[in-house]
Design a protein. Structure first.
Length: 202
């Protein structure tokens, strides 16, 4: 009886691994077909030290290889994959620094193409229109505890929730995703107009 249970467990684990790997492959194939995307986004930082999460809403734009543009009410954050510009319209200043694909920046190429190779993968949920997989770092190459990746019916990532070692949760959700919009490279760089204070941290 024990041997049968053991064999069944091993069989179930093998099927789960094959299923998760198949899902990851579908996501990567889909992402390879996307040159750029735009979407509405919600970002939340949830901590046990705070009664309510820090929440941001706005527009998110991405272009390969790692260009991003984030627009919120009074701020625009842009990166060409090398440099990042944080433009505060109210203060009329821009902070310039080197781009870092840290997990808090939610780099799509890193999440989709790099993390699965250095994480254990688990299928958490699979139903019509929604699939959730859990990534757990195998070693200390990544400085977070786990990541939950939600995938829609079109094999596109719609939500990422990362938990760090202090149990802080970083959530990034995309809605109304549109792909292959022919966004220009200039859309992801910043030229300061006259009068804008420049703080260069590079």
């Amino acid at each position: 009886m024990f041997k049968k249970l053991l064999l069944f467990s091993l069989f179930a684990l093998t099927i789960n691994a094959q299923t998760v790997n198949s899902i990851v492959q579908k996501i990567q194939i889909k992402f390879a077909s996307v040159s750029d995307l735009k979407a509405d986004f919600t970002q939340k930082i949830i901590s046990s030290m705070s009664d309510s999460p820090i929440t941001l809403n706005g527009k998110f734009y991405f272009k390969k290889d790692d260009k991003i543009r984030i627009e919120i009410s009074d701020r625009t954050i842009l990166s060409d994959g090398i440099t990042i510009w944080n433009h505060d319209q109210n203060a009329n200043k821009v902070i310039i620094s080197h781009y870092d694909s840290d997990y808090t920046n939610f780099s799509l190429p890193v999440i989709i193409n790099s993390y699965p190779d250095i994480c254990e993968k688990e299928l958490v949920e699979s139903q019509s229109g929604l699939t959730i997989i859990k990534l757990t770092p195998i070693d200390d190459q990544l400085n977070f505890k786990s990541a939950l990746i939600s995938i829609d019916k079109n094999d596109m990532i719609e939500k990422v929730e990362i938990t760090d070692f202090n149990d802080m949760r970083f959530l990034f959700k995309l809605d109304s995703i549109e792909v292959n919009n022919k966004l220009s490279d200039q859309f992801f760089s910043f030229e300061a107009s006259e009068g804008v204070e420049i703080i260069d941290l590079r």
